[in-house]
Design a protein around this ligand. Structure first.
Ligand code: THU
Length: 130
């Protein structure tokens, strides 16, 4: 795991706005050209409008002109692994290859690394529409 990515995700987690769940999440993406993009969860008093950390990081990447994910770090506190939710697995899927690594971390460091294909096997993607 790229330590710069871990640092970016950790910093994002600290800035997360999660007054309702009290569960802060940070995400960082290493784009194919080496650029790093981060995001945090941003909750809302209208609960369903809240957004995930991964969604924020992906939006920042796309807005900056990159569309290829090389590696992802997701970080959250607590004993359980902060694996990406179902929706975020699909969001990552759009811009990653089956082998792209997703590093699930806690504040202490790496807990487990998954490939995109492990998190979302037999997935639906852009190829289905071509
Ligand atoms: N959350 C994320 O930011 N990413 C995930 O993949 C899992 C869940 C956030 C959403 C919500 O603000 C909080 O964690 C609790 O579900």
């Amino acid at each position: 795991m790229d330590q710069r990515l871990f640092a970016a995700a950790s910093a994002a987690m600290e800035r997360a706005y999660a007054p309702y769940s009290k569960f802060q999440v940070g995400a960082a993406i290493l784009a194919a050209d080496g650029q790093i993009y981060s995001g945090c969860n941003v909750e809302n008093a209208a609960y369903p409008v809240g957004t995930c950390a991964e969604a924020g990081a992906i939006a920042a990447m796309v807005c900056d002109g990159r569309q290829q994910i090389r590696e992802v770090v997701v970080i959250g506190r607590g004993d359980a692994m902060c694996t990406p939710c179902g929706g975020c697995r699909q969001r990552i899927r759009e811009f990653a290859t089956p082998e792209t690594k997703i590093h699930v971390c806690g504040p202490e460091g790496l807990r487990r690394t998954f490939t995109r294909d492990e998190l979302l096997p037999e997935s639906f993607g852009p190829e289905n529409l071509s």
